[in-house]
Design a protein around this ligand. Structure first.
Ligand code: WT7
Length: 636
């Protein structure tokens, strides 16, 4: 096939009009300025673009690294910048959120209307005894009330802990217990592919077993009957109609370093980690990255097609667009419901200007062919984005040609729950190479190094490292500071570098090509799952004595990776196709459908180290027909 417009070989050069119109048209200059004086650079941005109740004394305190502090002793609340301050300008009459449900119902909230709802719900939460620093678990579908609940927590200084609506009882229960949440906010159900996900039912199972939940607030979404426990459960709409729901509620004054939220993510070993982000640094980082990478302008309609339950949604559906005073679009349901052109019809209907999604979604939609997007006018689009896993050049090119009509540069953004916002990413003015997230965001010092920390040669694989702190970095793992140090800062402790847990290559031009995880994290359809959680779900079944899981490339090339599970059965259980199916369903029930293994195999033993750790890399090498590598630590 011929090269796309503006492509020379494998490099895409943005059109001159794109470069000149962008917020940042000279990457090198800005990157250099940020590199030379990191604190000065961020101090200036923070002072010019946000309102602080009280300014900071120091921009960056690194005296207790890796427990970095940003905007030390400043007073702020992200809600003051996301909502309150917009009430004084024309922004208050602008659409903050445009929503469409899977069934086609629509809602638009102006900034003023959104603020009204957030204030009311914030005062409801206060009236229920939720205080600054308390944890509130939110388990909902993709509807505006999810956003309102998160914002209301932030407004009163409570920490939200959002659990993705695709997770199930065990996953929800574990996250409630670990965070010691007092309150759960959920809904009666969520629409997906024309049917109802029984969120309240799952929540009831979890809350019945959880130790700390005192009350449950339930939003009516589907209207079907659900079990409400008297004295514990309240309908959202009832509470919002009480006189206590004050539309002028005050925003809590927070320290810049006070926690904004925790969000659980899978790690190398053991239970999921509660990643903690703060009011000040996270606000500056997420909104500046969004503004520069997706070049947000007042007239844009920004669609981040992620779920608010993941960091992508936290940062780029909920917080950053509101801080920028932008208009966001949110869609509740599946991209292919009722037909594979649903997304494209939404782009045309709402004149979406920027679409941000994951490679797995692009590959999934690509399967249906170009005739589905071809039915719709996609000319409003000016920029596209990708996140979650490496995008294969084939999907990149389809996205570029068929959706972006060779007009829209693609921002391939590499980042993590831990980083709060974009870390390795192009800006619209940067030449692109399909499959590479290009270079560090201005001020981000990224490199690829070997075991000793020396840079590897061009195009050699090595550890991805980040060499300097940034305002949006996680501050700790909630209630587990040792694990924070161990997990992210111990591998290159001497150098003081952050270890994301990915392997990568760097090419001659300094462009980064992320390869994948080096730890026991499996990326399925861009979702991050820990082998430990899936394995413990398997072992919770009566038939299973021991289990190991690995991720291998999806043979159908949609999900990125699929999960393969290996189980040792307990005495009295025989391998069978039926049992294999039952175990897959069991994981689906315990963890959620995304964690369901594609295959479950029965084995007599698992490769282990002498200390008893399962060597998953050996299982993986066998499946992939690769060299098994160093076997010296293998027990037998
Ligand atoms: C892991 C983090 C942060 C948004 C969603 C994922 C992988 C993420 C890319 C990309 C290659 C990517 C990495 C990373 N990843 N974006 N553009 N290219 N890989 O957040 O669930 O915390 O997962 O996702 O492996 O470590 P997350």
């Amino acid at each position: 096939m011929a090269d796309d417009k503006n492509m020379v070989g494998d490099v895409y050069f943005p059109a001159p009009e794109v470069v000149s119109a962008a917020h940042i048209s000279d990457y090198d200059k800005v990157h250099q300025a940020a590199t030379e004086d990191l604190a000065g650079f961020w101090g200036k941005i923070a002072a010019e673009n946000y309102e602080w109740y009280k300014p900071w004394e120091t921009v960056l305190d690194d005296s207790n690294a890796p427990f970095y502090k940003w905007f030390v002793n400043a007073k702020v609340n992200i809600i003051h910048n996301a909502l309150d301050r917009h009430m004084r300008t024309d922004t208050r009459n602008k659409a903050a959120l445009i929503f469409e449900g899977e069934k086609g119902d629509t809602r638009v909230y102006t900034y003023q209307q959104l603020n009204h709802e957030v204030c009311k719900f914030a005062s409801v939460l206060r009236s229920m005894g939720i205080d600054k620093g308390d944890r509130v678990t939110i388990y909902m579908g993709r509807i505006p009330e999810l956003m309102i609940a998160m914002l209301a927590c932030a407004k009163i200084g409570a920490m939200h802990s959002v659990v993705y609506g695709g997770f199930s009882t065990e996953a929800l229960l574990g996250r409630i217990d670990d965070s010691k949440s007092k309150l759960l906010i959920t809904c009666d159900g969520a629409w997906l592919r024309g049917s109802i996900i029984e969120l309240k039912h799952i929540a009831n199972e979890a809350v019945d077993r959880a130790g700390t939940i005192q009350s449950v607030i339930c939003v009516k979404r589907t209207g079907h009957e659900v079990k409400m426990v008297s004295g514990r459960d309240y309908w959202y709409h009832d509470l919002m109609n009480l006189p206590v729901a004050d539309p002028k509620a005050k925003t809590e004054v927070m320290d810049a370093e006070d926690p904004l939220f925790i969000l659980y993510t899978s790690g190398t070993t053991g239970k999921p980690k509660a990643i903690l982000h703060t009011h000040g640094g996270y606000m500056v980082w997420t909104s500046t990255t969004l503004k520069w990478v997706f070049d947000i302008k007042p007239e844009d309609v920004w669609w981040c097609a992620a779920d608010p339950g993941w960091i992508t949604g936290h940062s780029y559906i909920v917080y950053a667009p509101l801080v920028l005073g932008a208009t966001s679009f949110m869609y509740e349901g599946a991209p292919t419901h009722p037909y594979p052109d649903r997304w494209w019809s939404l782009v045309a209907k709402y004149n979406i200007t920027i679409l941000y999604t994951a490679p797995t979604a692009i590959r999934g939609l690509m399967r249906f062919g170009r005739s589905w997007p071809g039915k719709h006018d996609l000319s409003s689009l000016r920029l596209l984005g990708s996140v979650g896993e490496p995008i294969n050049p084939e999907a990149w090119k389809w996205y570029h040609r068929v959706i972006g009509q060779e007009r829209c540069p693609i921002m391939d953004t590499w980042w993590q729950t831990e980083t709060g916002g974009y870390m390795i990413t192009p800006l619209p003015s940067v030449p692109l190479k399909p499959g590479s997230a290009t270079r560090g965001f201005p001020g981000i010092q990224v490199d690829v190094v070997d075991e000793e920390g020396d840079p590897v040669a061009a195009n050699e694989e090595g550890y991805l490292v980040i060499k300097a702190p940034w305002p949006g970095m996680l501050r700790t793992i909630f209630q587990d500071p040792d694990r924070y140090v161990q997990q992210y800062w111990s591998r290159f402790a001497e150098q003081g570098w952050y270890l994301p847990g990915d392997s990568a290559k760097k090419d001659e031009d300094g462009y980064i090509w992320v390869i994948g995880r080096i730890d026991d994290v499996i990326k399925v359809s861009g979702y991050r799952l820990g082998t430990a959680e899936i394995e413990s779900a398997l072992v919770s079944h009566a038939a299973v004595a021991e289990a190991a899981c690995i991720g291998v490339p999806d043979p159908n090339e949609v999900k990125g990776n699929i999960i393969k599970a290996y189980c040792i059965l307990r005495q009295g259980f025989e391998p069978s196709e039926k049992l294999s199916m039952a175990l897959r369903d069991h994981v689906g029930h315990e963890m959620g459908p995304i964690a369901k293994p594609a295959t479950v195999e029965f084995v007599d033993g698992l490769p282990k180290t002498r200390s008893g750790k399962i060597m998953r890399r050996i299982l993986k090498a066998r499946v992939m027909g690769q060299d098994e590598g160093d076997l010296s630590t293998l027990a037998d």
